[in-house]
Write a protein that binds this ligand. Structure first.
Ligand code: PMP
Length: 290
């Protein structure tokens, strides 16, 4: 049976349980990361740990373990499960407390590492492009709960995901309350127009995706593409030559239709294909852990 790491111990999956008094369950009070291992290397682990500890700090959660200990816990869990390729879920919960909201009455935060099989979108979507919708529900504003905090409370995204599922697609573009494009329910978004790559800037209210950063700061510029971060209205996305999404689970996936509008020629764009190929190359052999 698979093992899960909870609070310093590797336990059988069936015994991996949290208390009904954990504020992670009662209030979605906590934070998490989705990470990938490729052939035994943990892609961008340093960046994921930085974001995780950043999320924790912003919700005033004092982690029970140091980043080096979490690094080891992740590798121990992968080893215990004999996995070299995996999706890794790291979770900090507020911990066990009373039924009241008060977060500081939960003395010990919970720490969980799960390693599981990778759940990608269906392969044919990578080949032919993916259809998405524009969610009617806006992304929660920075002033209310900054989407840069990867909090355990994902209901804003889940409600938009339900809109997508009810429209028979798997992902939804979310606008912010001012009508600017922010991100998708579990992926960041990029557009390409006349060879220029652009992605919504952080001020639109987005999760600062690790895959987004990888494309923005390393893959695209090193391939000679110019990339800009900017505020964009939906029109700009609908009129783009190419649109693609990035995420730890999704990697890079082309979008060929948004609502009833065909993007480009209705296939995965040429530059998107090149970026996706380069991404694959960089993660399959000696994936960077920085
Ligand atoms: N936006 C949201 C809301 C997400 O949940 C995710 C997935 N964690 C992303 C973007 C993509 O981020 P990353 O590349 O770090 O997985």
């Amino acid at each position: 049976m698979g093992k899960v790491w909870i609070d310093g111990k590797l336990v059988d999956q069936a015994d991996a349980k949290v208390s009904v008094y954990d504020h992670g369950l009662l209030y979605g009070d906590g934070c998490f990361e989705g990470i990938r291992a490729y052939d035994g290397r943990v892609l961008k682990l340093r960046s994921h740990l930085n974001r995780m500890y950043g999320s924790a700090e912003r919700i005033r959660l004092k982690p029970a373990y140091r980043p080096e200990q979490i690094d080891k816990a992740i590798r121990d869990t992968l080893n215990a499960n004999g996995m070299r390729d995996a999706y890794i879920r790291l979770i900090f919960t507020r911990g066990v407390g009373t039924l009241g909201l008060h977060p500081f009455r939960c003395p010990v935060p919970g720490t969980i590492v799960i390693t599981d099989k990778i759940q990608l979108y269906p392969p044919e979507l990578y080949e032919n492009g993916m259809k998405v919708i524009v969610a009617k529900r806006p992304r929660i504003p920075i002033a209310c709960l900054d989407p840069a905090i990867k909090s355990l409370n994902y209901l804003n995204n889940i409600l938009a995901k339900i809109e997508a599922i009810e429209a028979d697609v798997l992902e939804a573009i979310m606008l912010n309350v001012d009508g600017y494009v922010a991100e998708c329910t579990g992926d960041n978004i990029f557009i390409i127009k006349n060879g220029q790559i652009a992605t919504p800037s952080a001020e639109a209210g987005i999760l600062h995706g690790i895959t987004r950063q990888f494309v923005l700061n390393e893959i695209a510029p090193e391939m000679g593409f110019e990339v800009t971060e900017k505020m964009m209205k939906l029109d700009e996305v609908l009129n783009a030559d190419e649109v693609f999404l990035t995420g730890t689970a999704a990697e890079i996936i082309g979008v060929n239709q948004i609502d009833d509008r065909t993007i480009g020629n209705g296939k995965v764009g040429a530059i998107t294909k090149k970026l996706a190929q380069e991404f694959r190359k960089r993660v399959t052999k000696n994936a960077p852990e920085d």
